[in-house]
Ligand binder design. Structure first.
Ligand code: ATP
Ligand code: MG
Length: 382
């Protein structure tokens, strides 16, 4: 009698109706692990670990006073070549927003409580706490209870993607989309920015709205400039938000991702390496650089691959652990431990190093890199 084990929420007729997915399909997906029961922080929900039907991965079905669907944030595809792709993809105009380098957060109100979901539909205790600290959202949700605020948590006191922005410093939140809960429909660019301004909420930077045929040239200049300032890149959007957005990133962003991945070669490099190299190949081609610029790019790429790996090998040889330290702000030991438990739920191996001056240092260990590098240093065969 397997049926007995289906979570009660999933068994409700209403859920199948709202999602437009048959009960049988939902049940199958449950047994396959595509959707999971999620019961944390006083919330009873179904979490979509992968996409199903028209539901994106990261979608959450929450059993509140009513059943609510918080849709996953849609994947943004990438252009390798701006000129042909923009022409093919957009109609008249392209709005260019800065792409901020942090982690994706959806904030919404459920039964008068403000909740922050990370990409996969997890409730991160640190993110939820900080979102409430940083943002004053009561009025916004009072007036727009059916809205989901989609934005990037950025800054250095950031446990997932730590990146320094002069205008942000330790931790900040920049909003890029306002979407409707159930349907995931985004507000058009102008409505979004007006509504955010009205509520004193900070959007990502809008770098320009260009006619399609002028856009590639402008974007190349913008992205070069962003890169030179150690910033990630752009997301290009239809001003009416009726077409899928596209993303494009700077050579420096590629390099810093390579640098990170190659610091832990046997944990991260394989998933990172190929796609970053391909991006550089097409960008170098399209930007038709001078010999001097091209050799700078080649050097940047090569250095970001070789040096971090070398440093890790040397470190392991000297008895150091291949690990990265995450720093978060905490008021007490309990908050630090709660966050570590959350990481363990995500299958991330982490330990608390210390708490000092309101900051917890959490060590994330990259075990395969440790083990393999040690093995090769002791003569193991590759
Ligand atoms: P995914 O596309 O699945 O999120 P990814 O790690 O490849 O995974 P990125 O390459 O960082 O994601 O690009 C997409 C992400 O960029 C969005 O999910 C969002 O968090 C972030 N982002 C930053 N700035 C913007 C912006 N202005 N508009 C839309 N998304 C933005
Ligand atoms: Mg990102």
């Amino acid at each position: 009698m397997r049926e007995k084990n289906i979570p009660p929420l999933l068994a409700q007729e209403e859920v199948s109706k709202i999602l437009n997915i048959s009960s049988q399909k939902l049940e199958e997906a449950y047994w396959k692990g595509i959707i999971k029961n999620y019961q944390k922080h006083n919330l009873e929900a179904i979490q979509f670990r992968k996409g199903l039907g028209s539901m994106e991965s990261g979608t959450m079905v929450v059993n509140g006073e009513t059943i609510q669907v918080i849709r996953g944030f849609p994947k943004i595809r990438r252009t390798l070549m701006l000129k042909p792709t923009l022409k093919k993809h957009f109609l008249k105009e392209v709005a260019v927003e800065e792409k901020m380098n942090g982690y994706n957060v959806r904030i919404t109100q459920i039964d008068n409580d403000i909740i922050a979901f990370t990409r996969g539909g997890y409730i991160c205790p640190y993110t939820t706490r900080k979102a409430k600290e940083i943002l004053d959202l009561d009025d916004f949700f009072q007036e727009n209870p059916e809205m989901v605020i989609c934005g990037e948590m950025v800054g250095t006191l950031n446990p997932y993607v730590s990146h320094y922005y002069r205008e942000v410093g330790k931790l900040g939140f920049r909003i890029f989309d306002l979407r409707e809960k159930q349907t995931n429909t985004p507000l058009p660019m102008k409505e979004k920015r007006d509504l955010l301004e009205e509520h004193d909420l900070e959007p990502v930077r809008l770098l320009g709205i260009f006619p399609v045929d002028e856009a590639p040239e402008k974007i190349i200049e913008i992205v070069k400039d962003l890169g030179a300032n150690n910033r990630e890149g752009v997301v290009m959007k239809d001003p009416m938000m009726q077409l899928e957005p596209l993303k494009y990133t700077s050579s420096q962003a590629q390099a810093s991702e390579l640098e990170y991945a190659l610091s832990y070669p046997f944990d991260l490099a394989q998933a990172f390496l190929f796609s970053r190299i391909i991006r550089e190949g097409f960008q170098a081609y399209e930007m038709a650089e001078s010999t001097d610029e091209l050799s700078k790019r080649a050097l940047r790429m090569g250095e970001s691959i070789l040096y971090p790996m070398l440093e890790t090998i040397r470190g392991v040889e000297n008895g150091e652990l291949a690990a990265e330290d995450l720093v978060i702000e905490v008021k007490n030991q309990n908050e630090a431990e709660e966050f570590i438990r959350h990481l363990r739920d995500l299958k991330v191996m982490a330990t608390l190093v210390e708490i000092k001056d309101g900051k917890a240092v959490i060590r994330r260990i990259h075990q395969s890199t440790n083990d393999k590098v040690k093995n090769y240093l002791h003569g193991g065969l590759y």
